[in-house]
Write a protein of this length. Sequence first.
Length: 471
Amino acid sequence: MRTRKWLLGFPQLGIFWLVVIPILIAIDKITIFETFIHWARQHNVWYLGKLVSVLILSLLPFLVYLSYWLYRMNKTLRENVATIARLNQSNDWLASAVRQSADMILITDDHGITRYVNPAFEALSGYREEEVIGKDAGFLRNNQHPPAFHDRMVQRLQSGESWQNRFVTRRKDGSTMHLDLTISPIRDRQGRITLFVGAGRDVTREEELGWQLRKSQRMESIGVLAGGIAHDFNNIMTAIHSYAELVLDDVETNSQAHHNLNEILVAVVRAKEVVKGLLTFSRRDEGERLPILLGPVIREAMKLLEIMAPDSVRVTVRVNGDEWPVLADSTRIYQVIMNLANNAAQAMWEKGGVLEVELSRVQVDEAWIAGSAPLEGMESGWYMRLMVKDTGVGIEPEVLERIFEPFFTTRGLGKGSGLGLSVVHGIVQGHDGRIVVESEVGKGSSFWVYFPAVRPSIGSGDHATDFDHRR
């Protein structure tokens, strides 16, 4: 194939120089030669014409070589143009792949100045390209990692090695983003590092699910432990209570011993309440579940709360008219509402605020469940959603992770047992529901509780149900 291409290029030039030109010179058909020879004869220098002819014929090999060289140059040039075209196409493919990649890509120079970001970076981080180009990439750092973490990363990159790790940063709106980040150095032909390329995959959702799973496992372990301790502790309290009552009958009514025994009995009753809370948290003390409407339970609980709450706390209650029943123990539901509402009121006790309680029917689909880690494992369908929202002091992020653990409290000594929210969590889980909480320090907290709703049968009253909440 290469020979065929060569024959298509060189022979035409060779025939022209080796055949056509000598023939034209030989038959004196070239006008410039005739004119020159005629002039040479008139001036008695005819031999110059022959000399010129000989010189031209002697230059033919050089002209042939020149033609061959030009042909080779032309061929090389065509090959180079084809190579450049292929490289340009490869660059276009690479640039298109980078632009359309779902992973965020950031390129910096050897001083850490941002030179390029792809559209995925803009979408995930919230920063526009013009906001970051030309700026130090250090704006992605935050206090989520210790200084030693960043120092190790810099040392590894400066040594010419790639760095890969889980990296926590913040979006432009301040929300946390978890990345599986890989940073690689790029070298020039002399081996010098000129650029750094960072490719990050957003794993925030996976991190939230992992955190939720770990939390669920921890709560389950605590529940098993608490349930076992509660049963043993309950047996001990029963014995103490029984013997205290027996001794109480043998002492004088107005004696100090009688008073002390009464205090023992009061303490035993309190201890049994703690045991009851532990059993509820561990879901070993479930009451009878019947189809009930949550609206009346909410109104009854809010009447009591309005009496207990200070005047600086304004309570608003909204119950939508399209309510469906839920399979629940009304006493337990009342306990959930009171605990959540009382905690909300406590958060606004000093400065006041607004406590909102709302009940609505919502249809939860797969996308909704996938968008909220606490709803993981919940079936799609109709749910009654209870919202308890306050404008109080809010909850610190490190506290938010532990609020459902038994005996965990941020209140002072004697102001709380730390069982309120753990009991709420146990009741909700025991009713096949889910609880979601969001909070911001200084702005307040919101709790959403989801209970599976049952569809009322047509014309059969409020409490008649077909028990298929997934329809």
